[in-house]
Design a protein around this ligand. Structure first.
Ligand SMILES: [Zn+2]
Length: 384
């Protein structure tokens, strides 16, 4: 069901939108922005559902009328979804979102917290260039000029509006500046600063912050996920990550064990073990390797924060089957080297996403970790 009540998060933003909705003061161009993995897209759809609902109440969409049922199938005829795509002559796709609407719907049916990488992987787009092309602006313009099917609003949802190229954004400006009656252009963005200022200055912006651990836990509980406290702690407000990790719950134990071992061999710079571990990580595939490095970054963050946190965090249950003690580890990580460690982990994740050989990335990363953990400096021969 796509209603405000179905989503237990972003209370303040929901109230703000409902106030506008109940007063019938809905701006015709809006931008919902904030970090990846939060609930802005879900709330955006609940807002859209409310504007289109046949029997809306004070809390927006009813969730059960024909319009709401179509919304829940992501197939409402008055909603146009625009998102980054690719072009490919062999597949006979010219880059219009419409051509990708079937895979789009199957992804949305899983959950509404996915990010750009998920979408790209879902399409099997690998190294293809994904963006919102200028012909899409023409499609939006055409669509908005038609009458709505239901006699109410016509709505365009632009997911990851920052992937619009300059030509698209410029062309879209016309629709924003001279809107048709009862239309809404609703943009979703993870990087507002990557949008043209001419766009951001003409739309009503609503900021959606990172979700709290409590909010993440509530969503995980509604999905019947186990280990909710642990997952919310590890994911730090990113629901997408929490859900990804929940599918790997069985592997979490293994990841924790591997991480503990990795830190030991990085510290002692045992090259034989480092090569062996690089091999193991490489065998988990690109997604597995990314997850492992993500896990490492989260532990580093927690280790830095540990002196400022409650005793609760000192015993992370994920390490209960290992001899890893985060209290001891936190002595190796301090404000001076933590930033650099997170930076090299970030770079490794990017390299993996760019299809660099995982074994090479991981071996290089291990040596850098050695220098940063033991000496608190970047590896001299790897500095750029
Ligand atoms: Zn309804």
């Amino acid at each position: 069901m796509i209603t405000f009540d179905a989503f237990p998060f972003h209370q303040r933003q929901k109230e703000l939108l409902l106030t506008a909705f109940n007063a019938d003061r809905n701006s015709h161009a809006q931008l919902f922005h904030g970090p990846a993995g939060n609930g802005k897209f879900a709330i955006a759809l609940a807002y859209v559902a409310s504007l289109l609902c046949n029997l809306p109440g004070e809390k927006g969409a009813c969730g059960t009328c024909p319009s709401c049922v179509q919304m829940a199938k992501f197939a409402h005829p008055d909603v146009q979804y625009i998102f980054p795509t690719y072009t490919n002559a062999a597949e006979k796709v010219s880059g219009l979102s419409d051509e990708f609407i079937a895979p789009w719907r199957t992804l949305l049916q899983k959950h509404l917290f996915f990010d750009y990488t998920d979408w790209k992987q879902h399409l099997g787009a690998d190294t293809k260039k994904m963006e919102i092309r200028v012909k899409e602006a023409a499609a939006i313009n055409k669509n908005l000029s038609y009458k709505s099917y239901s006699g109410g609003y016509k709505i365009v949802v632009i997911w990851l509006a920052e992937t619009m190229n300059v030509a698209t954004a410029n062309k879209l400006l016309k629709n924003i500046e001279e809107p048709e009656e009862k239309t809404l252009i609703l943009m979703i963005s993870e990087n507002r600063e990557n949008l043209l200022a001419t766009i951001t200055s003409r739309v009503q912006s609503v900021f959606f912050p990172r979700l709290s651990e409590i909010e993440v836990q509530e969503v995980l509980r509604t999905k019947g996920v186990a280990n909710v406290e642990l997952l919310s702690q590890l994911s730090e407000g990113n629901l997408k990550t929490a859900l990804d990790l929940s599918h790997q719950s069985a592997e979490l134990d293994e990841i924790a064990r591997r991480f503990a071992h990795w830190m030991r061999v990085c510290y002692t710079v045992n090259m034989k073990e480092i090569v062996g571990l690089s091999d193991q990580v490489s065998k988990t595939g690109r997604e597995g390797a990314r997850m492992f490095i993500y896990f490492a970054a989260q532990v580093i963050r927690q280790a830095v924060l540990l002196p400022h946190r409650s005793a609760l965090h000192a015993n992370n249950p994920v390490f209960s089957n290992t001899d890893f003690k985060i209290q001891n580890f936190s002595k190796l990580v301090h404000p001076e080297n933590a930033g650099l460690i997170l930076k090299v982990l970030d770079e490794a994740q990017e390299d993996i996403a760019r299809f660099v050989n995982i074994k090479i990335v991981f071996t290089d990363l291990s040596i850098r970790m050695h220098y940063l953990l033991k000496r608190g400096v970047e590896a001299p021969f790897l500095q750029v």
